[in-house]
Design a binder for this molecule. Structure first.
Ligand SMILES: [Zn+2]
Length: 188
């Protein structure tokens, strides 16, 4: 389960800073509030990532950050390139999450999705045994297109997917429903 983090696996191009913007701050605060409501054990270390769909791209937590205490906008990047683009183009102080490609593919394939939470839950083994949520068939290293595709396949029939031996992904249209699903999963 403890795959070593070795940085991002795609090319990036910084287009500028992430300037103060009410809409972006509202999304960042929403995401941070959800994270704050989760048990701290879910947010340990440099693991997991969160994002929201915005008008011109996605707002996503930066790579190499802890989800425990994300700064509003300082620890987020705005990605405006598309999934198929070779280079991930972004605004922000820090490089976007190593799982940016997975988030992009989910937003592309699931037009209804507004929020994505990828959390390294402590009860992963139990969840895998329960057989209640779709589980990716194989283990793929983090940040790979294979992992992104596996996740998206499983999400075609559900708003939750377990990434085998890795963590969970929960997606949603509504922040309150998404948080409820997340809390249910962690409690199991
Ligand atoms: Zn992960």
């Amino acid at each position: 389960m403890s795959e070593r983090y070795t940085g991002i696996k795609f090319r990036t191009k910084k287009l500028g800073e992430l300037l103060e913007n009410e809409q972006l701050e509202t999304y960042a605060l929403q995401l941070n509030n959800v994270l704050k409501s989760l048990p701290e054990i879910c947010l340990e270390g440099i693991a997991g990532n969160v994002s929201a769909r915005i008008i011109d791209g996605i707002l996503i937590s930066a790579s190499g950050t802890s989800l425990k205490n994300l700064g509003v906008l300082d620890d987020y990047s705005k990605v405006i390139s598309k999934f198929n683009d070779r280079v991930v183009e972004y605004y922000g102080k820090k490089i976007p999450s190593s799982e940016t490609k997975m988030h992009q593919l989910i937003y592309t394939e699931r037009e209804d999705v507004q929020y994505i939470f990828h959390i390294h839950v402590p009860n992963l083994e139990k969840l895998q045994l329960m057989n209640r949520y779709p589980i990716t068939k194989r283990f793929f290293p983090y940040g790979t297109i294979n992992l992104a595709r596996e996740a998206v396949n499983a999400l075609s029939s559900n708003d939750t997917v377990i990434l085998r031996n890795h963590g969970v992904v929960v997606v949603g249209k509504n922040i309150d429903i998404t948080i409820r699903i997340l809390k249910q999963i962690i409690k199991r």
